[in-house]
Every structure is written in C-alpha cells, then in structure tokens.
Design a protein around this ligand. Structure first.
Ligand code: COA
Length: 322
C-alpha cells in the first residue's frame, strides 16, 4: 500500500496590529484608492517586536494541531518556510519545536520566498511517502515589515506579516482517496533580479530590503501560474471543472481573479485574503487555506488547488483532496 499525506488540520496567526491603507498614506506617498485599485489590498497586519517568525509560527502550528486533534508528541518533523527567520541559526523550525515542547523529531527552514509553503509541502509529502515521518508540521511564517523599504511606495504597500500552518498525517490510503495528489516545483534563476532582497546576515552591514520590478513579476506570474495549473491537472488526469477550490498565493487581486477565470471557477470558489492580509509571502497560502477550512467553506472530499510564485523566480502547485 502506498503512503499518502493527509492535511489533518490547518491554523493561522496574524499580528494584533492592523494597518489600513489610509494609515500608511500618512507616512508613504500613496492613497487608499491607488492600493485598492491596483492590488485589492485594504489593510495588512504588522508584527510587534515580540511577534517574530518563530513566535507566529508556533501560534499557527498550535492552531493546526488543535484543528487536527493532534499533540506536539505526534509530530516527527517541522518544516518552516521563511525568508525572515529569527536568527541565521538555530533554524526557526527548531525554535518552534522548543516552544511546542517537542522532545524528539527534527526540523529545518526552507527558503523559497513566496513559493516557500508549496516547496515545504512538497518536501514534507516526499518524506511521508518515503516513510521518513508520519506527522509533519509545515509552516509558513514571515515578518516582511522588517525588510520593506519605506522609501519605495511601489513595494512597501504590498506586504504584511503573519503565519499559517498545516499538520500532515501519513495514511496508507487503503480507506480513503484523501491526501496530497501531487506537487510540482519550478525555479528560474535567470529571473532572480526582478524580485529579491539586497542583503542578508552573510553580507557585512547589509541586512537587506525588498526590491521588485512589479510589472515584470506580474507578467511572469500570470504565465507561469497558468502553466502550473495545467501541469497539476494533467498529471492527475483531471479537468478544470473538477476543482472545487482555488487557494492561491495572495499577492494581487488582479492576478488571483485572472487565475479564477482561467479555471472557470465562480468567484466564491476562490479563497481571498489579500484584501485583509496583503502579501504575507510564504504564510499566504496556509493562512488562506486555514481560514477556509476553519470556517467550513472547504469540506472533506473537496479538490483544492494551491499555487504560489515569488522571488527566484520560484513557483509551484499542490493538488489536494481534503
Ligand atoms: N501609490 C501611489 N502611486 C504609486 C504607488 C503607490 N503605492 N506605487 C507606484 N505608484 C505609481 C508609480 O510611481 C507610477 O507613476 P507614474 O506613472 O507617474 O510613473 C504609477 O503608479 C504606475 O506604477 P507601476 O509600477 O507601473 O504600476 P503597476 O500598474 O505595474 O502596479 C504593482 C504596480 C506592484 C501593483 C503591480 O505591478 C503588481 O502587482 N505586480 C506584481 C507584484 C507581485 O505580485 N509581487 C509579489 C510576487 S510574490
């Protein structure tokens, strides 16, 4: 019997502080109208000093475990996607393990920018299928407010902070068709300079700020994500009409609406959080997924397509029977 990964629970965490477009417009040369019209964003959450990637990731992980009716002792591995870790090391994932009181297992961070959660989900699924772990926490946790350039109105209005997590449980597939059906990952390094952070802890005196050519990212996102959707469906012998829910990366409402139209999905079958969360990078897909699972929109048996694209460029998809 071949092993499969079931999404047993999902949870999220958002910082307490909400910042509206109007509030941003007091310090940045922008307006609520411009931001809403171009991106669909109304507000975002910004982390306070204590709300680090580990703090928020731990809260999201706890919520995912509770939703799955699982305990930290059921977790064999923690994989945490982030571009804004608490420290160069230990891995933020291992800080989360400590905060959860885990006495065994292993953990590591994974960096694939906004595609980080899809990458982490794919790695976790591979480990479960290989029999290396039976219970895996997959977390996306980001504090982009710490790497934004407040002088660049073309980027600083687009991002927010938060964390999302899922708990994956191994199943032998004998009694259910539930689980991650496939994941597909891609990267094209020649496009690395259209979205990047111009520093890191390994660079002397340059912690780094986010830099983006928005138009180019937009153009590539539309094409690559459309290809990724077809790739996921073809690999499983499924058609667009089979998809019940699209849970896309939440960067821009126009990109999301375009994907929904391409799939022929009614607007209420596309999970949207970008209006309230802005782009939370690796946290955006699990935050959106957890919201729609927790409020009962996504139900057991639904076919859900997850997709994301970001700096690298790195992108990917996951097709999941819930
Ligand atoms: N407020 C007001 N005006 C702004 C602004 C802001 N926050 N940011 C840029 N502008 C201005 C520009 O200065 C420019 O003015 P000009 O015409 O007088 O020079 C004008 O708005 C258009 O700028 P442009 O950058 O061409 O806008 P756009 O229509 O491409 O929209 C994005 C910008 C960022 C919203 C859009 O490119 C986008 O969403 N790209 C994809 C980003 C993305 O998804 N990134 C994350 C991937 S993980």
């Amino acid at each position: 019997m071949s092993l499969r990964s079931i999404i047993a629970g999902a949870g999220g965490y958002l910082p307490e502080r909400v910042v509206t477009n109007d509030e941003l417009a007091r310090t940045v040369d922008t307006s609520d109208d411009w931001i809403r019209e171009r991106t669909g964003i109304r507000q975002r959450h910004f982390a306070g000093p204590h709300e680090t990637a580990a703090f928020m990731g731990t809260a999201a992980a706890r919520a995912a475990l509770t939703h799955a009716k699982a305990e930290p002792s059921d977790v064999d591995a923690v994989i945490l996607a982030t571009s804004t870790p608490d420290q160069a090391f230990p891995a933020t994932a291992i800080r989360v393990m400590a905060a959860l009181g885990m006495q065994r297992g292993f953990g590591f961070d994974l960096a694939a920018a906004c595609a980080g959660f899809i990458y982490a989900l794919s790695v976790a699924d591979g480990m479960i299928r290989a029999g290396q772990a039976k219970g895996v926490l997959v977390i996306g946790s980001e504090v982009y407010s710490r790497i934004l350039n407040w002088q660049d109105r073309g980027t600083c209005v687009l991002f927010g902070d938060g964390a999302g997590a899922v708990f994956l449980r191994a199943s032998d597939g004998s009694d259910t068709d539930q689980g991650i059906l496939s994941t597909h990952l891609h990267a094209q390094g020649s496009l690395g300079d259209i979205l990047y952070v111009d520093g890191a802890v390994g660079q002397r005196d340059r912690p780094g700020h986010l830099v983006m050519n928005g138009r180019e990212v937009f153009r590539h996102a539309v094409t690559r994500l459309a290809e990724a959707v077809d790739e996921a469906l073809n690999a499983n012998g499924l058609a667009r009409r089979d998809i019940d829910w699209l849970v896309p990366h939440q960067a821009n409402r126009r990109i999301i609406d375009g994907m929904g139209r391409k799939l022929g999905l009614a607007a209420d079958r596309v999970v949207i959080t970008v209006d309230r969360h802005a782009n939370t990078s690796a946290a955006s897909v699990p935050l959106a997924l957890s919201e729609a699972c927790q409020d009962g929109r996504i139900k057991r048996g639904d076919l859900v397509l997850l997709e994301a694209l970001g700096g690298g460029l790195a992108w990917g998809s996951a097709l999941v029977r819930m």
